[in-house]
Design a protein. Structure first.
Length: 369
């Protein structure tokens, strides 16, 4: 065997990539001095593409299948290299395998809260997170724009940029949607589809395609969520006064089952306080539900009189005046109402004295001569 035959057998006959890493996007085929001989077999598996590059210039792109490398099926590379010997001698070329499958379950999330104006809660801060999927759509463009001559290009080298793009466009789309906070959960799919349509032109610049964008959660700050939980609890309880009465009945029943003692006294005190608070809350809720209702009318003063050494009444002011006009009550008759310390003659009570003056009309003045 001559020296040339030894070199000839050292040259590679089969070029292929057995992908074992699920995160690899681009892998450069290694070879001694980048030499490939005429007639070599190129095997491109499903979900792969092979990109030829000669002296920094993109050549041909081979899709899945078994390819025999000759001048007839590498026209672009042949033109670039200006081969004079029709591949009768080995040629030098870089071969990059590109993974064309979908890369799934890539996470995204807002680093800082998104400030929005909600129609119900006013200014709110929202955080969001989810996942997305992407794939390489143009292998040549991806190598030219992103991977370059990197021997091994993996997903973590590009997902940071994708995440920044997704978060920025998500905040803009969320603000434009004008969807109330409490209705966002019903619009996750619509927001995701809208973002895919809006972001695809930017992914095209990298030779990639955004195949899926999922919103898993949009949340409020913890203290706001706690306030919402309390509000929901009150809504579930409903009538606070009835709820307090129900709790009181249960407490009394428990006291009967557990016996008396100091524990019973403490429970009774707690039940009493619960009734007071329940009544106050119920009244406040009723007033808030009827803000335009007028206050109750004031009650008229009730008078009592001592007639023939017997108490009669009560009389309202009009009734007392009627008794005075009928002669049943005179200025010397003792009367009393709530707030007075003792029975007092009617003529000495300022509120009643005026009623006696109006009994008899004043004398008619004499005619004018």
């Amino acid at each position: 065997m001559g020296l040339f035959d030894g070199i000839k057998h050292q040259l590679l006959d089969v070029i292929e990539w057995d992908d074992t890493n699920q995160d690899t996007i681009v892998w450069k085929f290694p070879r001694h001095e980048n030499e490939i001989k005429n007639g070599a077999q190129l095997i491109v598996r499903e979900s792969q593409a092979a990109v030829f590059m000669h002296e920094g210039q993109l050549g041909d792109v081979f899709l899945p299948g078994r390819h025999k490398l000759t001048t007839s099926n590498i026209p672009v590379l042949t033109t670039l290299a200006s081969w004079k010997y029709a591949f009768n001698s080995p040629f030098k070329c870089d071969i990059f395998f590109v993974n064309m499958r979908q890369f799934t379950d890539k996470k995204w999330g807002t680093r800082n809260p998104i400030m929005l104006r909600d129609p119900e809660f006013g200014p709110v801060r929202l955080r969001a997170f989810g996942s997305y999927c992407f794939k390489v759509s143009e292998p040549g463009e991806f190598i030219k724009q992103i991977a370059g001559t990197d021997h091994l290009f993996e997903t973590d080298e590009i997902t940071g940029q994708f995440t920044n793009m997704l978060c920025s466009r998500f905040a803009d789309a969320l603000g434009e949607s004008k969807v109330p906070v409490l209705d966002l959960a019903a619009n996750y799919n619509e927001l995701g589809d809208k973002l895919i349509e809006k972001l695809q032109p930017e992914f095209d610049e990298y030779g990639t395609k955004l195949t899926k964008f999922l919103i898993e959660n949009i949340s409020l700050p913890q203290n706001v969520e706690e306030a919402l939980d309390k509000r929901s609890s009150m809504g579930v309880i409903g009538n606070m006064q009835q709820y307090t009465q129900y709790q009181t009945a249960n407490a009394i029943e428990n006291m009967g089952e557990s016996g008396g003692g100091d524990g019973m006294m403490g429970m009774i005190a707690g039940v009493g306080m619960g009734n007071i608070m329940g009544g106050a809350i119920g009244n406040a809720a009723q007033m808030s539900n009827n803000p335009s209702a007028p206050p109750p009318l004031p009650q008229a003063v009730q008078w009592f009189a001592a007639v023939n050494h017997q108490q009669v009444g009560p009389f309202d002011p009009a009734g007392l005046q009627a008794k005075i006009q009928a002669g049943v009550v005179s200025a010397d008759t003792l009367i009393w109402r709530q707030g007075m310390a003792n029975w007092t003659a009617a003529g000495e009570v300022a509120e009643v004295a005026g009623m006696f003056n109006s009994q008899t009309p004043p004398p008619i003045p004499p005619p004018i001569p």
